[in-house]
Design a protein around this ligand. Structure first.
Ligand SMILES: NC(=O)c1ccc[n+]([C@@H]2O[C@H](COP(=O)([O-])OP(=O)(O)OC[C@H]3O[C@@H](n4cnc5c(N)ncnc54)[C@H](OP(=O)(O)O)[C@@H]3O)[C@@H](O)[C@H]2O)c1
Length: 346
Protein backbone atom coordinates (compact mmCIF):
# COMPACT_ATOMS: atom_id res chain seq x y z
CA UNK A 1 0.00 0.00 0.00
CA UNK A 2 1.27 3.48 -0.84
CA UNK A 3 1.69 5.86 2.08
CA UNK A 4 0.68 9.46 1.51
CA UNK A 5 2.26 12.51 3.09
CA UNK A 6 -0.04 15.54 2.94
CA UNK A 7 1.91 18.78 2.89
CA UNK A 8 0.93 22.45 3.25
CA UNK A 9 3.45 25.02 2.02
CA UNK A 10 3.65 28.59 3.34
CA UNK A 11 5.89 30.68 1.08
CA UNK A 12 5.84 30.10 -2.64
CA UNK A 13 8.98 31.87 -3.83
CA UNK A 14 12.29 30.40 -4.90
CA UNK A 15 12.35 27.51 -2.39
CA UNK A 16 8.59 26.81 -2.46
CA UNK A 17 8.45 26.57 -6.24
CA UNK A 18 11.63 24.51 -6.38
CA UNK A 19 10.20 22.15 -3.77
CA UNK A 20 7.05 21.60 -5.82
CA UNK A 21 9.13 20.87 -8.92
CA UNK A 22 11.40 18.49 -7.01
CA UNK A 23 8.38 16.65 -5.57
CA UNK A 24 7.03 16.18 -9.09
CA UNK A 25 10.39 15.16 -10.53
CA UNK A 26 11.03 12.62 -7.73
CA UNK A 27 7.49 11.17 -7.81
CA UNK A 28 8.51 7.85 -9.41
CA UNK A 29 11.66 7.49 -7.30
CA UNK A 30 9.71 7.98 -4.05
CA UNK A 31 7.04 5.51 -5.14
CA UNK A 32 9.61 2.89 -6.09
CA UNK A 33 12.01 3.39 -3.17
CA UNK A 34 9.57 4.05 -0.31
CA UNK A 35 6.05 3.41 -1.65
CA UNK A 36 5.39 7.01 -0.71
CA UNK A 37 3.43 9.77 -2.38
CA UNK A 38 3.94 13.38 -1.30
CA UNK A 39 0.69 15.30 -1.84
CA UNK A 40 0.77 19.09 -1.83
CA UNK A 41 -2.66 20.00 -0.47
CA UNK A 42 -2.22 23.77 -0.06
CA UNK A 43 0.12 26.52 -1.19
CA UNK A 44 0.12 29.90 0.56
CA UNK A 45 1.87 33.15 -0.38
CA UNK A 46 1.59 36.64 1.12
CA UNK A 47 -1.66 37.45 -0.66
CA UNK A 48 -3.64 34.25 -0.86
CA UNK A 49 -4.08 30.49 -0.81
CA UNK A 50 -4.63 27.65 -3.23
CA UNK A 51 -5.97 24.50 -1.63
CA UNK A 52 -7.19 21.12 -2.82
CA UNK A 53 -8.11 18.61 -0.17
CA UNK A 54 -7.18 15.54 -2.23
CA UNK A 55 -3.85 17.07 -3.33
CA UNK A 56 -2.90 18.88 -6.53
CA UNK A 57 -2.05 16.81 -9.59
CA UNK A 58 1.42 17.14 -11.09
CA UNK A 59 -0.07 19.16 -13.94
CA UNK A 60 -1.69 21.56 -11.46
CA UNK A 61 1.53 21.86 -9.48
CA UNK A 62 3.47 22.84 -12.58
CA UNK A 63 0.74 25.36 -13.48
CA UNK A 64 1.00 26.82 -9.97
CA UNK A 65 4.72 27.37 -10.59
CA UNK A 66 3.93 29.44 -13.69
CA UNK A 67 1.97 32.01 -11.64
CA UNK A 68 3.61 35.37 -10.88
CA UNK A 69 4.72 36.23 -7.35
CA UNK A 70 1.73 36.72 -5.02
CA UNK A 71 -0.28 34.84 -7.64
CA UNK A 72 -1.72 31.75 -5.95
CA UNK A 73 -4.99 33.62 -5.27
CA UNK A 74 -5.53 33.47 -9.06
CA UNK A 75 -5.43 29.67 -9.19
CA UNK A 76 -9.12 29.01 -9.86
CA UNK A 77 -11.11 27.00 -8.85
CA UNK A 78 -8.88 26.30 -5.82
CA UNK A 79 -8.05 29.89 -4.89
CA UNK A 80 -8.78 32.03 -1.84
CA UNK A 81 -7.77 35.69 -1.79
CA UNK A 82 -6.81 35.56 1.90
CA UNK A 83 -4.54 33.63 4.24
CA UNK A 84 -6.11 31.77 7.14
CA UNK A 85 -3.99 28.84 8.27
CA UNK A 86 -6.64 27.39 10.57
CA UNK A 87 -9.03 27.21 7.63
CA UNK A 88 -6.29 25.57 5.53
CA UNK A 89 -5.68 22.93 8.25
CA UNK A 90 -9.41 22.27 8.70
CA UNK A 91 -9.90 21.77 4.97
CA UNK A 92 -6.79 19.74 4.20
CA UNK A 93 -5.85 17.84 7.41
CA UNK A 94 -2.12 17.97 6.61
CA UNK A 95 0.61 15.77 8.07
CA UNK A 96 3.30 18.42 7.64
CA UNK A 97 3.55 22.19 7.35
CA UNK A 98 6.57 23.33 5.29
CA UNK A 99 7.50 26.85 6.47
CA UNK A 100 9.19 28.68 3.59
CA UNK A 101 8.35 32.35 4.17
CA UNK A 102 11.11 35.02 4.46
CA UNK A 103 13.45 34.95 7.46
CA UNK A 104 12.32 38.00 9.42
CA UNK A 105 14.67 38.53 12.36
CA UNK A 106 12.84 41.64 13.59
CA UNK A 107 9.58 39.95 14.59
CA UNK A 108 10.01 36.35 13.45
CA UNK A 109 6.70 36.66 11.59
CA UNK A 110 4.87 35.14 9.89
CA UNK A 111 7.11 32.12 10.46
CA UNK A 112 7.00 31.91 14.27
CA UNK A 113 3.19 32.03 14.44
CA UNK A 114 2.90 29.55 11.58
CA UNK A 115 5.26 27.08 13.24
CA UNK A 116 3.84 27.36 16.76
CA UNK A 117 0.27 27.14 15.46
CA UNK A 118 1.06 24.05 13.39
CA UNK A 119 2.83 22.30 16.29
CA UNK A 120 -0.01 23.20 18.68
CA UNK A 121 -2.38 21.43 16.30
CA UNK A 122 -0.21 18.31 16.17
CA UNK A 123 1.11 18.96 12.66
CA UNK A 124 4.78 18.15 11.93
CA UNK A 125 6.89 21.07 10.70
CA UNK A 126 9.79 21.40 8.26
CA UNK A 127 11.52 24.77 7.96
CA UNK A 128 13.78 26.57 5.51
CA UNK A 129 12.86 29.84 7.26
CA UNK A 130 15.55 30.47 9.88
CA UNK A 131 13.88 33.17 11.96
CA UNK A 132 11.47 31.07 14.07
CA UNK A 133 14.38 28.91 15.28
CA UNK A 134 16.94 31.72 15.55
CA UNK A 135 14.50 33.61 17.78
CA UNK A 136 12.41 30.92 19.51
CA UNK A 137 14.22 27.60 19.26
CA UNK A 138 13.39 26.34 22.75
CA UNK A 139 9.73 27.49 22.60
CA UNK A 140 9.25 25.58 19.36
CA UNK A 141 11.08 22.46 20.49
CA UNK A 142 9.48 22.24 23.93
CA UNK A 143 6.02 22.55 22.43
CA UNK A 144 6.92 19.94 19.81
CA UNK A 145 8.03 17.57 22.57
CA UNK A 146 4.75 18.02 24.44
CA UNK A 147 2.75 17.53 21.27
CA UNK A 148 4.83 14.61 20.02
CA UNK A 149 5.49 16.15 16.62
CA UNK A 150 8.69 16.41 14.60
CA UNK A 151 10.29 19.74 13.74
CA UNK A 152 13.00 19.36 11.08
CA UNK A 153 15.15 22.18 9.77
CA UNK A 154 18.08 20.87 7.74
CA UNK A 155 17.57 23.57 5.08
CA UNK A 156 18.13 26.44 7.52
CA UNK A 157 21.93 26.11 7.74
CA UNK A 158 24.06 25.17 4.73
CA UNK A 159 20.77 24.61 2.92
CA UNK A 160 22.19 22.33 0.25
CA UNK A 161 24.49 20.26 2.50
CA UNK A 162 23.53 17.95 5.38
CA UNK A 163 25.44 19.76 8.15
CA UNK A 164 22.67 19.62 10.74
CA UNK A 165 22.09 15.91 10.22
CA UNK A 166 25.83 15.31 10.53
CA UNK A 167 26.08 17.24 13.80
CA UNK A 168 22.98 15.53 15.18
CA UNK A 169 24.44 12.12 14.40
CA UNK A 170 27.67 12.82 16.37
CA UNK A 171 26.12 11.74 19.65
CA UNK A 172 29.20 10.40 21.44
CA UNK A 173 31.56 13.16 20.31
CA UNK A 174 32.46 16.16 22.42
CA UNK A 175 32.12 18.99 19.96
CA UNK A 176 34.60 21.70 20.89
CA UNK A 177 34.20 24.24 18.13
CA UNK A 178 32.12 24.79 15.01
CA UNK A 179 33.45 27.40 12.60
CA UNK A 180 33.14 28.29 8.99
CA UNK A 181 31.61 30.14 6.11
CA UNK A 182 27.84 30.10 6.43
CA UNK A 183 26.83 32.86 4.03
CA UNK A 184 27.11 32.44 0.27
CA UNK A 185 26.70 36.14 -0.55
CA UNK A 186 29.60 37.43 1.52
CA UNK A 187 31.80 34.54 0.41
CA UNK A 188 31.06 35.33 -3.24
CA UNK A 189 31.87 39.03 -2.71
CA UNK A 190 35.10 38.31 -0.83
CA UNK A 191 36.16 35.71 -3.42
CA UNK A 192 35.67 38.24 -6.25
CA UNK A 193 37.65 40.86 -4.31
CA UNK A 194 40.57 38.44 -3.87
CA UNK A 195 40.57 36.89 -7.32
CA UNK A 196 39.96 40.01 -9.40
CA UNK A 197 40.96 42.76 -6.97
CA UNK A 198 37.60 44.46 -7.55
CA UNK A 199 36.38 46.80 -4.85
CA UNK A 200 33.54 45.91 -2.49
CA UNK A 201 30.78 47.79 -4.33
CA UNK A 202 31.68 46.30 -7.71
CA UNK A 203 31.83 42.76 -6.30
CA UNK A 204 28.49 43.27 -4.55
CA UNK A 205 26.95 44.64 -7.76
CA UNK A 206 28.14 41.51 -9.57
CA UNK A 207 26.57 39.33 -6.87
CA UNK A 208 23.28 41.23 -7.18
CA UNK A 209 23.28 40.95 -10.97
CA UNK A 210 23.69 37.18 -10.65
CA UNK A 211 20.96 36.90 -8.00
CA UNK A 212 23.50 35.75 -5.40
CA UNK A 213 22.85 38.88 -3.30
CA UNK A 214 19.50 40.45 -2.37
CA UNK A 215 18.63 44.00 -3.45
CA UNK A 216 19.06 44.84 0.23
CA UNK A 217 22.12 42.76 1.20
CA UNK A 218 22.46 44.18 4.73
CA UNK A 219 21.47 40.98 6.59
CA UNK A 220 24.24 39.14 4.75
CA UNK A 221 27.07 41.70 4.74
CA UNK A 222 26.46 42.68 8.36
CA UNK A 223 26.63 39.05 9.43
CA UNK A 224 23.04 38.77 10.74
CA UNK A 225 22.23 35.78 8.50
CA UNK A 226 25.40 33.94 9.58
CA UNK A 227 24.71 34.83 13.23
CA UNK A 228 21.17 33.42 12.99
CA UNK A 229 22.57 30.20 11.56
CA UNK A 230 25.09 30.06 14.40
CA UNK A 231 22.22 30.36 16.90
CA UNK A 232 20.51 27.38 15.26
CA UNK A 233 23.75 25.36 15.29
CA UNK A 234 24.37 26.29 18.93
CA UNK A 235 21.03 24.73 19.82
CA UNK A 236 21.79 21.62 17.75
CA UNK A 237 25.07 21.02 19.59
CA UNK A 238 23.57 21.75 22.99
CA UNK A 239 25.28 25.06 23.86
CA UNK A 240 22.55 27.57 23.02
CA UNK A 241 23.34 31.22 22.40
CA UNK A 242 20.87 33.98 21.57
CA UNK A 243 21.06 36.19 18.51
CA UNK A 244 21.82 39.35 20.50
CA UNK A 245 24.84 37.63 22.11
CA UNK A 246 26.55 36.80 18.81
CA UNK A 247 29.39 39.30 18.26
CA UNK A 248 29.29 40.55 14.65
CA UNK A 249 31.68 42.31 12.29
CA UNK A 250 30.45 43.67 8.96
CA UNK A 251 32.24 43.41 5.61
CA UNK A 252 30.37 46.46 4.29
CA UNK A 253 32.70 48.67 2.23
CA UNK A 254 35.80 46.71 3.22
CA UNK A 255 38.67 48.51 1.43
CA UNK A 256 40.51 46.58 -1.28
CA UNK A 257 43.76 47.63 0.44
CA UNK A 258 42.92 45.16 3.26
CA UNK A 259 42.61 42.36 0.73
CA UNK A 260 45.94 43.29 -0.87
CA UNK A 261 47.60 43.44 2.55
CA UNK A 262 46.24 40.01 3.46
CA UNK A 263 47.38 38.53 0.15
CA UNK A 264 50.86 40.00 0.62
CA UNK A 265 51.08 38.17 3.95
CA UNK A 266 49.95 34.86 2.42
CA UNK A 267 46.44 35.23 3.88
CA UNK A 268 42.86 35.32 2.63
CA UNK A 269 40.07 37.34 4.27
CA UNK A 270 36.94 35.37 5.10
CA UNK A 271 33.73 36.10 7.00
CA UNK A 272 33.93 33.39 9.65
CA UNK A 273 31.11 32.32 11.94
CA UNK A 274 32.45 30.63 15.03
CA UNK A 275 30.94 28.90 18.04
CA UNK A 276 33.29 27.91 20.83
CA UNK A 277 31.62 25.37 23.07
CA UNK A 278 34.14 25.64 25.90
CA UNK A 279 33.29 29.25 26.73
CA UNK A 280 29.97 29.56 24.86
CA UNK A 281 31.26 32.50 22.76
CA UNK A 282 29.75 33.01 19.33
CA UNK A 283 30.94 35.45 16.68
CA UNK A 284 30.90 36.38 13.02
CA UNK A 285 34.26 37.99 12.29
CA UNK A 286 36.29 39.27 9.38
CA UNK A 287 39.29 36.95 9.72
CA UNK A 288 42.57 36.68 7.82
CA UNK A 289 43.21 32.96 7.33
CA UNK A 290 46.44 31.46 5.99
CA UNK A 291 46.00 30.41 2.34
CA UNK A 292 46.73 26.85 3.41
CA UNK A 293 43.69 26.70 5.72
CA UNK A 294 41.01 24.53 4.05
CA UNK A 295 38.41 27.23 4.86
CA UNK A 296 40.49 29.77 2.92
CA UNK A 297 39.97 27.63 -0.17
CA UNK A 298 36.18 27.56 0.09
CA UNK A 299 35.33 30.00 -2.70
CA UNK A 300 32.39 31.60 -4.49
CA UNK A 301 28.94 30.62 -3.28
CA UNK A 302 30.15 27.51 -1.46
CA UNK A 303 29.87 27.17 2.29
CA UNK A 304 32.37 25.30 4.44
CA UNK A 305 32.31 24.26 8.07
CA UNK A 306 35.00 22.77 10.27
CA UNK A 307 33.90 20.81 13.32
CA UNK A 308 36.52 20.30 16.02
CA UNK A 309 35.84 17.43 18.41
CA UNK A 310 37.62 15.44 21.09
CA UNK A 311 38.12 12.74 18.46
CA UNK A 312 39.38 14.86 15.59
CA UNK A 313 38.34 17.33 12.95
CA UNK A 314 35.96 17.12 10.06
CA UNK A 315 35.21 19.53 7.23
CA UNK A 316 32.02 19.78 5.29
CA UNK A 317 32.04 21.83 2.09
CA UNK A 318 29.01 22.26 -0.11
CA UNK A 319 26.21 24.41 -1.37
CA UNK A 320 24.88 26.84 1.20
CA UNK A 321 21.66 27.53 -0.61
CA UNK A 322 20.02 27.88 -3.97
CA UNK A 323 16.37 27.11 -4.56
CA UNK A 324 16.81 23.53 -5.78
CA UNK A 325 19.52 22.54 -3.32
CA UNK A 326 17.45 23.91 -0.44
CA UNK A 327 14.31 22.22 -1.76
CA UNK A 328 16.11 18.87 -1.71
CA UNK A 329 16.95 19.40 1.96
CA UNK A 330 13.32 20.24 2.69
CA UNK A 331 12.19 17.13 0.81
CA UNK A 332 14.69 14.96 2.73
CA UNK A 333 13.21 16.29 5.98
CA UNK A 334 9.70 15.53 4.72
CA UNK A 335 10.81 12.00 3.87
CA UNK A 336 12.41 11.46 7.26
CA UNK A 337 9.08 12.38 8.87
CA UNK A 338 7.14 10.12 6.52
CA UNK A 339 9.52 7.23 7.10
CA UNK A 340 9.36 7.56 10.91
CA UNK A 341 6.06 5.76 10.60
CA UNK A 342 3.97 8.68 11.94
CA UNK A 343 2.05 8.91 8.73
CA UNK A 344 -0.59 6.30 8.24
CA UNK A 345 -1.26 4.49 5.00
CA UNK A 346 -4.41 5.90 3.43
N1 LIG B 1 16.74 30.67 -1.36
C1 LIG B 1 17.63 29.94 -0.72
O1 LIG B 1 18.62 29.48 -1.29
C2 LIG B 1 17.44 29.62 0.74
C3 LIG B 1 18.35 28.76 1.39
C4 LIG B 1 18.14 28.41 2.73
C5 LIG B 1 17.08 28.98 3.42
N2 LIG B 1 16.24 29.86 2.76
C6 LIG B 1 15.12 30.43 3.52
O2 LIG B 1 13.93 29.90 2.96
C7 LIG B 1 12.89 30.85 3.03
C8 LIG B 1 12.30 31.07 1.65
O3 LIG B 1 13.31 31.59 0.80
P1 LIG B 1 12.99 32.00 -0.71
O4 LIG B 1 14.30 32.26 -1.35
O5 LIG B 1 12.05 31.04 -1.30
O6 LIG B 1 12.23 33.39 -0.47
P2 LIG B 1 11.35 34.19 -1.53
O7 LIG B 1 11.71 33.78 -2.91
O8 LIG B 1 11.44 35.61 -1.16
O9 LIG B 1 9.85 33.68 -1.24
C9 LIG B 1 9.19 33.98 -0.05
C10 LIG B 1 7.75 33.55 -0.17
O10 LIG B 1 7.11 33.80 1.08
C11 LIG B 1 5.87 34.45 0.82
N3 LIG B 1 5.42 35.22 1.97
C12 LIG B 1 5.88 36.41 2.42
N4 LIG B 1 5.15 36.80 3.49
C13 LIG B 1 4.19 35.84 3.66
C14 LIG B 1 3.12 35.70 4.56
N5 LIG B 1 2.87 36.62 5.50
N6 LIG B 1 2.32 34.59 4.47
C15 LIG B 1 2.55 33.66 3.51
N7 LIG B 1 3.56 33.76 2.61
C16 LIG B 1 4.37 34.85 2.70
C17 LIG B 1 6.13 35.30 -0.40
O11 LIG B 1 4.89 35.65 -0.96
P3 LIG B 1 4.73 36.55 -2.29
O12 LIG B 1 5.03 35.62 -3.44
O13 LIG B 1 3.32 36.96 -2.21
O14 LIG B 1 5.72 37.67 -2.16
C18 LIG B 1 6.94 34.32 -1.23
O15 LIG B 1 6.09 33.43 -1.88
C19 LIG B 1 13.51 32.12 3.63
O16 LIG B 1 13.24 32.15 5.00
C20 LIG B 1 15.00 31.94 3.38
O17 LIG B 1 15.79 32.60 4.34
C21 LIG B 1 16.40 30.17 1.46
Amino acid sequence: MTRRLRVVLTGFGSVGRSLVKVIVSKRDLLAMKYRLRVDVVAVVDSKGTALKTEGFSDYELMKLCELPRSGVRMFEPYALDYVDMNHVYDETQPDVHAELTPSNYASGEPGSSNVLNAVRQGIHVVLANKAPLALRFSDVMSLALVKGVAVKFRATVMGGTPLIDTLTSMRSYEIVRVEGILNATTNFVLTKMHEELTDFREALGRAQALGVAEVDPSLDVEGVDAAAKLVILSNVVGRPVTLDKVYRESILDMPISEVVKALNHGNVIKHIARLDLRDGQASVRVDALPKTDPLARVGGTLNGVRVRTDVGELMLIGKGGGGFETAHSVLDDLLSIALRGDVSAR
